[in-house]
Design a protein around this ligand. Structure first.
Ligand code: SF4
Length: 326
């Protein structure tokens, strides 16, 4: 298990917290920059609210064995799934929590306890899943947990729609960045996730993450720090897979770790859009994998085409994921 120094992280969190409170008071945490007063009664475009900035809402908190192997290690990734989301993806597989807001409200001290409980179960890291809309209470919880000895890496598992301001703020707090890169063009981003500025926002965020943390550093098979970017390949190249790989190369990020995901299946409202109403074909996926190879990327994680079933969660169950996939 990788250990981090909780006192050092706590010192950084104490510097960061006042700035995070300022940012949340007219929220600019994500690409919407909707300005909702999240330290007061404001509810954002993301639909997250809760008043004083000290409360968050989350659903499951569980050792998760379905993430990439370097996040899972032996003990699993300590995933905490936060409610709501700053994107509104028509194909979201976590729609029960991202769109319907399933979960329970809790004070940041409860959240700190949740982190510590996961740690006591032997997880390899704390995996903050879709955290951006609750960044202020999460940082307060981390500060409280570090004060009580939380000493494992923090993984920021995000849809990628994060402001550069937020990414900069989290320098020294986040150990492993785990962003998505969902689209490279505004049209599909607007049509399927209601955020035409997603590509520009996510590219800027990823650039900043990489500048801060660099490529993924793995110790004894487990991610210690750095960036692992996820890319879900969509039918008919709607996610701009080839453009994404070219962009990474042109940006000089050839040593970045990429998780190329084949698991797309038409969930939630995807069936109402003919373009995304079908799963990915083997050919579509293999062509993207071959292109990554052709461009010389060496740190590419690929999935079996059967992964789409193993990865589908049901957040009405106590254990949202079907089975271990490690
Ligand atoms: S995280 Fe939510 S409240 Fe903050 S800017 Fe984005 S949509 Fe608005």
């Amino acid at each position: 298990m990788i250990r981090i120094d909780p006192d050092k992280k706590r010192r950084r969190l104490r510097v960061v917290l006042p700035e995070a409170r300022r940012m949340a008071s007219a929220c600019s945490a994500c690409g919407h920059a909707c300005g909702a007063p999240r330290t007061g009664a404001g509810v954002g475009t993301c639909r997250a609210g809760l008043g004083d900035g000290d409360h968050a809402r989350w659903q499951a908190a569980t050792p998760h064995f379905g993430e990439e192997p370097m996040l899972v290690g032996r003990g699993g990734s300590g995933a905490v799934f936060f409610s709501y989301c700053c994107l509104r993806c028509e194909f979201c597989q976590n729609w029960q929590i991202s769109r319907q807001g399933a979960g329970n409200n809790g004070h940041f001290s409860d959240l700190a306890q949740t982190f510590l409980k996961l740690r006591s179960r032997g997880v390899e890291n704390i995996n903050l899943v879709t955290p951006t809309q609750y960044i202020l209470p999460i940082l307060s919880a981390l500060e409280a947990a570090c004060a009580r000895g939380l000493d494992i890496p923090i993984v920021y598992n995000t849809n990628g729609f994060d402001s550069v301001e937020l990414v900069r703020l989290l320098d020294g707090v986040v150990d492993v960045w785990l962003p998505d890169m969902k689209y490279m063009a505004p049209e599909p981003a607007a049509r399927f996730s209601h955020a035409a500025n997603y590509p520009d926002t996510a590219r800027a965020a990823l650039r900043q993450m990489y500048a801060q943390a660099g490529p993924l550093h793995i110790e004894n098979g487990v991610a210690a720090r750095g960036v692992l970017v996820r890319h879900l390949v969509l039918p008919d190249d709607l996610s701009g897979s080839y453009d994404f790989l070219l962009w990474l190369r042109d940006e000089g990020m050839t040593d970045i770790s990429i998780s190329l995901m084949s698991q797309y299946s038409p969930q939630y409202r995807a069936k109402t859009h003919p373009e995304i109403a079908r799963p990915l074909t083997v050919r579509e996926y293999e062509d993207v994998v071959a292109y990554a190879d052709k461009l010389g990327f060496e740190n590419v994680l690929i999935q079996e085409m059967t992964s789409k079933d193993a990865y589908l969660p049901d957040f009405d169950r106590e254990q949202p994921f079907h089975k271990r996939t490690d």
